[in-house]
Design a protein around this ligand. Sequence first.
Ligand code: NAP
Length: 311
Amino acid sequence: MHIALVGIGKIALDQHVPSITASSDWELSATVSRAGSVDGVPAYTDFAQMLDERPDIRVVSLCLPPVPRFDFAAMAIEAGRHVMLEKPPGATLSECHTLEVMARTRRLSLYATWHSREAEMVAPAKAWLKDKKLRHFHVTWKEDVRRWHPGQDWIWEPGGLGVFDPGINALSIVTEILPDSIHLRSANLLVPENRQAPIAAKLDFYHPQGAVVTTDFDWRQEGEQIWTIDAETDEGTLRLWNGGANMAINGAEVKAADSASAELSGEYPRLYQKMARLVESGNVDVDLSPLRHVADAFALGHRATVAPFIE
Ligand code: NAP
């Protein structure tokens, strides 16, 4: 299938282009970006023009930051294209609901991707937790914003989510692996005095069986970068680390079953395989639960102002 990639920035070049190129499902047939391009691929700067001139391209993958994404997605759906959305699927829940209704009405596929859910050990962790009684569950997501988001001013603006940009990856795993649904009870957000979005956040969730469920997101982490999830249950402990790439049960590392083909190893190749199957079957996959928790944190969170962030 011919696909167009829109917003040729960091994630498009790091992950989307190599995953599409390696896939037997896809052919990268156009890019749309004001400044970026990919060698050997027709490059457009005007999205409407690409939609107009390339009726052969039935699928569009949007790698833009969340705030501009809705307008591009709506335009693509109105032009009869299937759409794949980078995470988070939008800047607000309402605009994501609107896109889902638009896609369903036109019988087009819409995929709100959550790349962290495709990490190697997320499915095994979900399977292990399925029949356990949860007691404690804690997420630690601490990374250095200067290292991972150099020069990305949008991330500090309204709708950019601040530390929830990586934090929502953790929440996408949490909402995938926990058998029970949780909701936010309280949140503490630390917002630099010169920015609109938090640099750190601690969340506390209600759990229907009374387990203590908390998260700790921080963008000020230097040195070791930490992306771990720890669960304590009635039948032992589970730890995910490296963002879900590794897992230990009761302290012993469990290795992934060696079943994936080379083409399908890695988070983004799996996303593109799922998008291919969605388009073939005419289905929609829009799970907004990670974004819902973030929206709740902004609605309910206690804010404290901290030192300015200067890159
Ligand atoms: P980025 O490099 O800052 O931006 C991506 C591209 O979007 C830019 O190169 C720019 O292309 C276009 N763009 C930016 N602002 C725009 C606007 N207002 N209107 C139209 N186009 C605009 O960001 P990124 O890191 O790739 O992140 C993009 C999305 O991927 C985010 O939602 C992020 O959460 C997600 N993501 C990022 C990472 C990562 O490691 N960076 C990992 C996973 C997911 P042109 O200027 O050339 O048009």
